[in-house]
Design a protein around this ligand. Structure first.
Ligand SMILES: O=C(CO)COP(=O)(O)O
Length: 140
């Protein structure tokens, strides 16, 4: 499973604690993150994370590009709804693309816990079929 991890500044500590708690599941998947979030996760857990640019510099858009190609299977995005973000349009675009492509997206830790447990149970295995179809389409 290709999993994107993103957290706004006031939610980064929560994301770090989340990734420590679910490290035993996350370690079996391909992890991606925006720049600062990814660094904090790697420092705290030792997990291998592919880091994109920092969110305000275009990291959300880079993850959005993978979503648009159906190369991302779920997004765990701990948003801060109480602080305005300079790159709000990028954030909205990311969430829109998740809806366009039916990619599960959690925007808070409670939803992220549901998604991570369902990944463990294999409930998102249907995403592998989506990926397979995409790869077949690329070959033809
Ligand atoms: O701003 C973000 C998401 O919108 C997160 O970016 P950073 O992980 O680089 O702080």
């Amino acid at each position: 499973m290709h999993i994107a991890l993103i957290a706004h500044d006031k939610k980064k500590e929560l994301m770090v604690r989340f990734t420590i708690a679910y490290q035993h599941i996350l370690k079996d998947h391909h992890l991606y993150a925006t720049g600062t979030t990814g660094k904090k996760i790697m420092d705290a857990t030792g997990l291998s994370v592919h880091r994109f640019l920092s969110g305000p510099m275009g990291g959300d858009q880079q993850i959005g590009a993978l979503l648009a190609e159906n190369r991302m299977d779920c997004i765990l995005f701990f948003r801060d709804p109480l602080t305005s973000q300079p790159h709000e349009p990028d954030i909205l675009a990311l969430m829109r693309l998740a809806d366009v492509h039916n990619v599960p997206i959690a925007t808070n830790v409670a939803a992220a816990e549901v998604i991570i447990r369902s990944i463990k149970q294999g409930d998102l295995a249907w995403r592998e079929i989506v990926q397979q179809k995409r790869e077949e389409g690329e070959e033809s």
